[in-house]
Design a protein around this ligand. Sequence first.
Ligand code: PHE
Length: 335
Amino acid sequence: MKSQLDHIREVALKDLENLRSLAELEAARVRALGRSSELSQFLRSLKERAEGERRELGELANRLRGELERQFDGAKEKLEDVAYAALEKLDVTAPALRSRRGHIHPLAQAQDDANAIFASMGFRILEGPEVETEWANFDALNTPPDHPARGMQDTFWLQGMEHLMRTHTSPMQVRFMQAHQPPFRIIVPGRVYRNEATDATHEFQFHQIEGLMVARAGEGAPSMANLKGVMEHFYQRFFRDPNIEVRFNASYFPFVEPGVEVYIKGSSGKLAGKWLEVAGAGMVHQNVFERVGYVRGEMQGFAFGMALERIVMLKYKIDDIRLFNGGDLRFLRQF
Ligand code: PHE
């Protein structure tokens, strides 16, 4: 029986010699001292023995148990020391891993720039609803149901055909004038929707910046010349190009008279050397003033509307409008 205890000690000590980790140590401890270890079984079997033998062997076995427990505790401390020593080799002066930060979307950055430029010219910035009434989006803007110009803006109608996704930001001209008396100057940035096929230059949703400046008719009231000045100043600052020129081409929008398309030409990048269309504009039609409750002939002002995507694409030489909403980080990280 004593030799069985010697054998148990030998096996356990051998096990202890080859430990490389705390996990291995735990496994060895269970093998040597756990409930189903040979030693535990030995202790359990003692109750079948005669009194004297039981006491003698019991004492030996318990002493062995104590000895092995101390050995395991010692081995555990050593392994912990080794692990700690490895930790101390960490180079705490090594540069940290750089975490990637997100940033503002290029369209939002450009919108902030545009807002700041218009604010510096005294324009108030406000937003309006994207779900509009047919009246504000079309009728009040001098575009009755049978008007051929309705076909210019393919519309997403909402169920019931009374509401629609606004096709432009111009309905905010109507809402604002219904609630305010001139003089004022405002811009209305926001998302608009067109029911049309998508390609490199068309999206079914994009952003516009609407502008409206109105005062009492008469000397000093906002004129086509003022409109041109505002456009010039805006594009020169937006593209950081003091050489940008602005030209108006006669055009048609039901809510302005006269109506124009705004063209610009600059000195570098995509703007160099050719005239590019960047906005629609004109003098607010007296029919619109009447619709919002002003007296015909009493007010005078200009309005303009431009697509944000268009000018951002020109500024950064982006050739596909779909990149803005594509979620491709290789594109977005360039800004
Ligand atoms: N709302 C017009 C469009 O979306 C642009 C515009 C705005 C034209 C204001 C003239 C005056 O095409």
